[in-house]
Each structure stands twice: as structure tokens, then as C-alpha cells.
Design a binder for this molecule. Structure first.
Ligand SMILES: *Cc1c(COP(=O)(O)O)cnc(C)c1O
Length: 375
């Protein structure tokens, strides 16, 4: 029997599910000041060196826009598999890695389940958890990094997914291979470890966290990576994930059937083939990050502190007379937009993307002037 259609005066419009209504939409990094003036963007961790020339050349060619793209991103998965030594059958591509992380929560958690992540974690995890009706659970941090014991202490029979970004955004903190292995070893096999390696290409190869090995060896580890950061292709919206066949099959059921466009596939394929560009981005970032951190450390007497970072940004804490808000506004006046994060429990921090050498020198000079002038 079909239920009768009744008029519900209290409910004259389609009603958002309560777990959707509880979501605060993702806040992207800004690219202009309050007055609309365009600013140098150090707010979204994009690559200041741009994009691989080979990828740009491929982008300009060879696709037929009237045709749907390859639904399985076959060539791109083959190239990623070859580069990383992974069977392409264990790879899925997404509309950015954000799509895959969100789908991972939906595939493995639902109402009544818990999704766990650390305080000062990536803001998308809360959205991903709430979107599927699961309950987000936040573990305490250890000096802005992951506290493995504190996190494991919150795992229970309702836990379904643990999100970890390594390096973490917005803090930049990094878990070593040993810490990550300890975290994984402490998780029950029914808990999915969704390891978000958006910044992995910025980590020195000798410091690799072993995430891809965990994903190869265990049935409960999904690793995601992206073309948005070191590859310099944030605008193309391509990410990928790898894990056991059952994990990949789950994501393939629910992803968009043509989730990676044909221009995006051709461009990222060429980008995979230009590892020299990725290595150059990593070297530039490591050198400029070290110089910038040294400049912040020199302002320690003014209460500025740089959280240790392995990513392409630094979280600067303001614990003296100069507030993060005043620094944010002062930098904007000087032409730089950074990321002030009061909404993420970080009213005392600014996340600053590592830009060009010239821009980082200018930002460091501006912070020195602001700190010296603060009263
Ligand atoms: C930037 C970022 C991503 C990448 O998102 P895309 O959807 O691939 O652009 C994922 N995770 C973290 C932690 C990030 O900072």
C-alpha cells in the first residue's frame, strides 16, 4: 500500500535532513581583500611555481569536448600505477581527492556510526562525516599534531572511519612512518584508516610515511593524493586513491560516472610524466619554508612561533602583542591574503602558503614591522 499524500502545513517546503542542516559549508581560501582588491594569494596552498609546461601543452590539445571522458581514467591510473608501483586496479580517480574522502565516509559510515579525526584537522572531514549522517568525534591534539594514544583511546565499536592528513592541514605537522604504523596497528580491522596525503609530494622521499605500503598490505587503509598541490593543478580538480580492491570497488559504486573530465585526464597524465617539475616544487618549497621559518623564529621575542611543517605552508602562532587578526589585516594591506582560522579554533594562528622567494621575504619583512609596531 502506498502511504496517502497528506498536506503538512508545518512543512511547506522540502526539508533538509538534520545532519545536512548541521553542516557549516567549507570555507575556501580567499583571493581578494575586503574591498575586492586582488591580493597575492597565500591562502589556499597552491603551487607558486604554477604548472608543469608539459602538462600545460597537453591541456591545449587532443580532446573532443562533445564526447564524454573515459569513465575509468584508464591511462591516468596506468601512469600513476607505474610511477608508484601500484596495480592500476587498486587505484580510483576522483574530482579532487576531496570527492574520494567524502565518498569514503559515505561508503563506510552512516547514522549511528562515528568518524574520528584530530583537533585542528582538515575541515572537510567534519563535512564528510555529517553528510552521511555519522557523528564526528574529535581527538585532542599534541602541540598541533596527532596524539596517537589519545586518538586510539576514542576508538570504539561505533567507529567506522579515522581521517588523518599527513602532513596535516592547517598545522603542517607530520607523523613519521613509525607513528603511522603504530596508529594503524592500534586500529581494529573494521575501522577504515583514510590517510589523506595531499601534501605527500612535499615530503622528502627519505621521510616517506609509508602510507602507500600500508594501503598495499592491509584491507582497511585508503590513501588519497591530489594534483592540486605540488603538481600545480588545483583548477583541474583531480585526485586519486589507492587501497584494497574492496575499498576501491565501494568508491567506484558511488563516484560520479564521469567524474574526471577529458581535459583534466589529459593534463594530469602529462603532469605525472613530468616528475622533474614535482621535484623542483619540493626543493623550492623546502628551501623557502626553511628561510621563512627562520624569519619567524627571529621574531620569537615578539611571541611569534612557527609550528613545524612538512607541507607547503606554515602555521604561524601569535602569542605576544601582535594578534593573528592584526597580522592578517596588516598583511592584506600590504597585498597578501593569508588564512586566518578563528572558525577552526585557531584565532591565534595564520596559515601562510609558501610562495615565491620574493613574496616570502616581503611577508617576513611585513610581519617584523607589524610585530615591532604592536602595542
Ligand atoms: C588541499 C587538500 C586536499 C586536496 O583537495 P582536492 O580536492 O584534491 O583539491 C585534500 N586534503 C587536504 C588536507 C588538503 O589540504
Amino acid at each position: 500500500m502506498r502511504p496517502p499524500v497528506t498536506e503538512s502545513p508545518s512543512n511547506p517546503q522540502p526539508e533538509m535532513k538534520p545532519w545536512i542542516a548541521a553542516i557549516h559549508a567549507y570555507v575556501p581560501g580567499k583571493s581578494a581583500g575586503e574591498d575586492g582588491r586582488p591580493l597575492v594569494k597565500l591562502s589556499a596552498n597552491e603551487n607558486p611555481l604554477g604548472t608543469s609546461p608539459g602538462a600545460l601543452a597537453a591541456r591545449g590539445q587532443a580532446v573532443v569536448p562533445s564526447l564524454y571522458p573515459d569513465p575509468d581514467s584508464t591511462d591516468l591510473r596506468a601512469a600513476l600505477g607505474k610511477l608508484h608501483g601500484i596495480d592500476p586496479a587498486r587505484i580510483v580517480c576522483g574530482t579532487g581527492s576531496g570527492e574520494l574522502l567524502t565518498l569514503a565516509a559515505s561508503a563506510f559510515a552512516g547514522p549511528g556510526d562515528e568518524v574520528l579525526y584530530v583537533r585542528y584537522g582538515f575541515s572537510l572531514y567534519e563535512i564528510a562525516a555529517r553528510r552521511c549522517g555519522a557523528t564526528p568525534v574529535v581527538a585532542p591534539d599534541a602541540d598541533y599534531g596527532t596524539d596517537v594514544e589519545a586518538l586510539l583511546a576514542l576508538v570504539n565499536a561505533r567507529t567506522r572511519v579515522v581521517f588523518i592528513a599527513n602532513p596535516n592541514n592547517p598545522t603542517g605537522r607530520f607523523m613519521t612512518r613509525a607513528e603511522l604504523a603504530r596508529l594503524h596497528a592500534g586500529l581494529p580491522a573494521y575501522v577504515l584508516l583514510a590517510l589523506d596525503q595531499a601534501y605527500a609530494e612535499y615530503v622528502m622521499p627519505e621521510d616517506d610515511d609509508g602510507g602507500l605500503d600500508l594501503a598495499a598490505e592491509h584491507t582497511n587503509v585508503l590513501v588519497t593524493r591530489t594534483f592540486s598541490k605540488a603538481y600545480g593543478l588545483a583548477g583541474e580538480r583531480v585526485g586519486w586513491g589507492t587501497g584494497a580492491p574492496a575499498l576501491i570497488a565501494a568508491l567506484n559504486r558511488i563516484r560520479g560516472p564521469f567524474n574526471v573530465g577529458n581535459v583534466a585526464q589529459a593534463t594530469t597524465l602529462a603532469a605525472v610524466e613530468d616528475q622533474a617539475f614535482v621535484a623542483m616544487s619540493r626543493r623550492h618549497n623546502a628551501a623557502e619554508r626553511a628561510r621563512f621559518v627562520a624569519a619567524i623564529e627571529a621574531l620569537g621575542n615578539h611571541g611569534l612561533r612557527a609550528v613545524p611543517s612538512e607541507a607547503n605552508f606554515v602555521l604561524v602562532l601569535f602569542e605576544g602583542k601582535l594578534s593573528a587578526e592584526a597580522a592578517y589585516k596588516g598583511l592584506a594591506e600590504r597585498g597578501y591574503i593569508t588564512r586566518w582560522l578563528p572558525g577552526q579554533d585557531l584565532p591565534h594562528g595564520l596559515r601562510i602558503t609558501i610562495g615565491t622567494r620574493e613574496h616570502m621575504d616581503d611577508v617576513a619583512d611585513a610581519l617584523r614591522a607589524l610585530a615591532e609596531g604592536a602595542r
